[in-house]
Each structure stands twice: as C-alpha cells, then as structure tokens.
Design a protein around this ligand. Structure first.
Ligand SMILES: [Zn+2]
Length: 157
C-alpha cells in the first residue's frame, strides 16, 4: 500500500504521468482482449462496459488515476462474465434494467459490481499497476453507493 500525503507538485506531476502512461497501456491490453475503449466527456457515471458492442467507455471528466481505476473495474466486469460458472453465480447480470424488479435480482447486480471491483484489484496486481488503496476504495465506495441508492429507490422496499 502506498501513501501519498503531502506530496509536492513535482511528485503529483510524476504520478499524473504514471497514470496517463498506465491508462494507455491498459487500453492497449483491452484491445488485445478484443474490446474497444472510448474516452468520453460526460456525466460522472459514464464508465461502462457494453457487452453487445464489446465497448468500454471511460469518462474523461476524472483525473488519470481514476480513469485507470474505472478501466480496471470495467475489465473486472469482462473477467467476471468470462469466468466459469458466471450464470450460476450471477443469474441476473444479463437482464435489462426494467426486468430488475425484485430485491433479489438487484442484490444480484450489486454482488456482481462488488465482484468486478475485486477483480479490478487482481488485474492491477497481475499487471503490476500501483494502486493507492485509499483513493481506490473511496472511488469504489462512491460507485457502489450509486447502486445501493438505486436499489433502495425502486418499489418493493
Ligand atoms: Zn460496474
């Protein structure tokens, strides 16, 4: 685990370069998996993996470090879906949002989200990508909270 409190301007610039370089690298790796990556400006929630198009979209309105974590997470989704026994573990993952109309199905989606974040760490470790765990966990929690809020908003509660 690394800690980067009190870093100087120069150190911050070095980390920024590191994550910019790492993002390019990770995008190359994504292409090798047969997926495309698009960097787009948009709302904060615009990080997604489209399985029909095999397209990962990453929001440019976040700093390079968070773009890397977002791409790792989306690659985590790709890995989770390709894993053996996917439909057994996550039977609701391929349903439309309109079909996710019960607590049990929505919890299933949340479970897959958590699994994708866990896979993101595996991919980072395997590819020797440096993670600031505090920043990573904060970003992960922010993303998961949007799912939790969505879960609670729907009828059936
Ligand atoms: Zn996700």
């Amino acid at each position: 685990m690394i800690k980067r409190d009190g870093r100087s301007k120069k150190e911050r610039a070095t980390w920024k370069n590191y994550y910019t370089y790492t993002l390019a690298n990770l995008m190359e790796y994504t292409k090798q998996l047969g997926w495309s990556v698009e960097l787009r400006r948009g709302s904060a929630s615009l990080n997604e993996a489209n399985f029909d198009k095999k397209l990962i979209t990453i929001n440019l309105n976040q700093r390079p470090e968070l773009r890397v974590y977002a791409l790792l997470h989306e690659l985590g989704h790709v890995s989770v879906r390709r894993s053996q026994g996917y439909t057994y573990k996550f039977p609701y993952g391929e349903l439309d949002k309109s079909q996710l109309n019960t607590n049990r199905k929505r919890i299933g989606i949340l479970e897959e989200e958590i699994a994708a974040w866990s896979k993101a760490l595996d991919i980072a470790k395997k590819r020797k990508i440096i993670i600031d765990r505090e920043v990573f966990d904060r970003d992960k929690s922010r993303c998961l909270m949007t799912y939790i809020k969505w879960l609670r908003r729907e009828p059936g509660w």
